[in-house]
Design a protein around this ligand. Structure first.
Ligand code: DGT
Ligand code: CA
Ligand code: CA
Ligand code: ZN
Length: 582
């Protein structure tokens, strides 16, 4: 999976570089096609490159020359053409492409005619007015670039949970397999499930840390060793992620895991609680406080608890607190009894097929939902205004609904709902008239365009969608892309009050680039009495694996089974689904 993502990134960067260099569009498009193919490929392309080049070459979109590049990457971890292409550009120019809304064409113009070579020169020239008067660079465009650059700066350098977690899991598995390693885990914001993480914090328990540190810093995916000590090391991976590794004594494992999981605010609250009870908590354990200034572990004081997190919380008269709830907004409150878990989810209520922009047939995606043990799947292809996503006309929609019901019967053993992800247009109207929506079993309504409208307009827009009696879920309510665009900023309290009253669920879209609603808003929505629906918005079969990111976001918002419509017993779900609009 993650090798495919690397391959996709390298090809996309080569396409961008060629475009910046003014190369012909055919080569650029061919490379982009390989990037998309690699991103969506179900099979591990690097593994295929090592074992079966013929099959690799025969995949649509990958020709002999691309296959050769993938083989080089699979065997050496490099792609020399990529390096050569990037060397032809000013070092920071590719970074300018990270500004939302700036594509290769515009960046080429800024470079050729405006002398922009990196983010710093872009910023300086925007401020000095040097870019005014360039072709296609009106005052409004320049102002947009300014705003997007500011957004990039605030979002800078943090990795998405969905990118970091698989990498951390692979690192933990590799560390756990080393001789003498008793425990290995990731900690920090990643363990708390934050939507973006600054760096990966890894922890191992071992009595012989040095060989573990040596093995860690000499991994092939390490681009730079930032620190290499006996119990502490830090590296930068080729993907750009920073990883910190600490080794601790097995007897202090729980105390270290607790400390390095954070949050800092949670640690402070725990230390204060320990102090009130004449105890001292640090990364080595919970100790009796004997008033001596020197750290207790250095004086051979025996800890009250240290080996597990559970033991430390218990010694502080607290239940174990799940990492997702160790944020300042929760204080030291215990987790709700039925905090949502991945295994609670019984159905997927938002997915796409080849009828719009998905990659799977109706039957194949229903089959996958069944294999995963779901009792129901709602097929929700895009509506007519989403032309770029091949949205369905009214006629196609009604045919499609028939096909969904027929496919559901053929697969059997699972409820297949014929639905739609209907666009909420900028003014709040839905993209199909009510009499068409009334023909469907299920309606998710989502904003896709006009995501920069005013807060007032956004509020009216979402309220109008909630008021429609056919709508059961508002999909990705803000439309934000993490690190990409901020999305709608309505009066959320007004939206939550209306959704709660109308019993319309708000979605947590589990796609790691969305996680929308975000955790704080889930928390606020629940406080207002809202229902929540967690969906992967699957476009491909392995997209169902993204569910855990949505569940983590729900947990961070204290979502319980009772408030999640995907977790309800079937009868309760059905009663709710059919309770309006018909
Ligand atoms: P990040 O990496 O910015 O997404 O956020 P964290 O929470 O992973 O922070 P990081 O990597 O700086 O440190 C990992 C954990 O280690 C942090 O959550 C709590 C603990 N920690 C680090 N420095 C301190 C500190 O100065 N005081 C306390 N109490 N805890 C700390
Ligand atoms: Ca961290
Ligand atoms: Ca760190
Ligand atoms: Zn959508």
């Amino acid at each position: 999976m993650s090798a495919n993502a690397d391959i996709a990134r390298l090809f996309a960067e080569m396409a961008d570089a060629l475009e910046l260099l003014g190369e012909n569009a055919f080569r650029v498009n061919a490379l982009r096609k390989v990037a998309r193919t690699a991103e969506d490929a179900a099979e591990d392309l690097a593994a295929l490159a090592r074992t079966d080049v013929k099959t690799l070459e025969s995949i649509a979109g990958i020709g002999a020359s691309s296959a050769r590049k993938i083989v080089e990457f699979a065997t050496t971890g490099r792609m020399h053409e990529h390096a050569e292409l990037l060397a032809k550009l000013p070092e920071g120019l590719m970074g300018v492409l990270r500004v939302p809304g700036l594509g290769p064409k515009t960046v080429k113009l800024l470079w050729d005619q405006g002398g922009v070579t990196d983010l710093a020169t872009l910023k300086a020239k925007l401020e000095s007015g040097a870019l005014e008067g360039l072709p296609r660079m009106g005052a409004k465009t320049l102002q947009n670039i300014r705003e997007n650059l500011a957004f990039l700066e605030t979002a800078a350098a943090r990795a998405r949970l969905g990118d970091a977690l698989p990498i951390a899991e692979a690192l933990v598995a590799a560390l756990a397999a080393l001789p003498g390693v008793k425990e290995a885990a990731f900690a920090g914001s990643l363990r708390r499930g934050k939507e973006t993480i600054g760096d990966i914090d890894l922890l191992v328990a071992t009595t012989k840390p040095k060989p573990v540190m040596d093995a860690f810093v000499s991994r092939p995916d390490v681009a730079k060793v930032l620190a290499h000590g006996d119990t502490k090391s830090s590296v930068r991976l080729q993907s750009g992620l920073q990883v910190d590794l600490r080794a601790v004594e097995p007897a202090a494992w729980g105390a270290a895991l607790l400390y390095f999981t954070g949050s800092k605010e949670h640690n402070v609250l725990l230390r204060e609680r320990a102090q009130e009870r004449r105890q001292r908590l640090n990364e080595y354990g919970l100790f009796p406080d004997d008033g001596q200034p020197e750290p207790p572990q250095e004086r051979g004081v025996k800890p009250v608890a240290a080996a597990t997190e559970e033991a430390i919380y218990k010694a502080l008269d607290l239940p174990w607190i799940p990492p997702e709830l160790r944020e300042s907004r929760n204080g030291l409150a215990p987790a709700p009894a039925s905090l949502i878990q991945v295994t609670d989810i019984r159905r997927e209520l938002h997915c796409h097929t080849t009828a719009s922009d998905g990659f799977e047939t109706i039957e194949s995606i229903i089959g996958e939902a069944k294999r995963r043990g779901f009792d129901c799947i709602a097929i929700t292809d895009h509506s007519r205004s989403s032309a770029q996503a091949n949205g369905l006309s009214e006629e196609r929609l009604l045919e499609h609904a028939k096909a969904v019901r027929a496919a559901g019967k053929r697969v059997g053993g699972i409820h297949a709902l014929a639905g739609s992800e209907v666009d909420i247009l900028a003014d709040g109207h839905l993209d199909y008239p009510d009499d068409v929506l009334a023909e469907l079993d299920w309606v998710v309504a989502s904003p896709h365009t006009a995501l920069k409208q005013s807060s007032e307009a956004a509020t009216q827009r979402l309220l109008a969608a909630i008021a429609n009696p056919h709508v059961r879920v508002i999909g990705h309510p803000s439309g934000r892309i993490i690190g990409g665009r901020p999305g709608l900023e309505p009066d959320w309290q007004a939206v939550f009050a209306a959704a709660s009253k109308a019993r319309v669920a708000l979605e947590i879209n589990a796609k790691p680039m969305r996680l929308d609603l975000r955790d704080q808003l889930v928390h606020a929505a629940l406080a207002a009495g809202c229902l929540i629906s967690i969906n992967t918005d699957a476009h491909a079969l392995d997209n169902f694996d993204l569910l855990r990111f949505g569940v983590t976001t729900g947990r961070r918002g204290s979502l319980t089974l009772e408030h999640c419509v995907n977790a309800w017993p079937w009868k309760r779900f059905e009663a709710w689904r059919t309770s309006r609009g018909r």
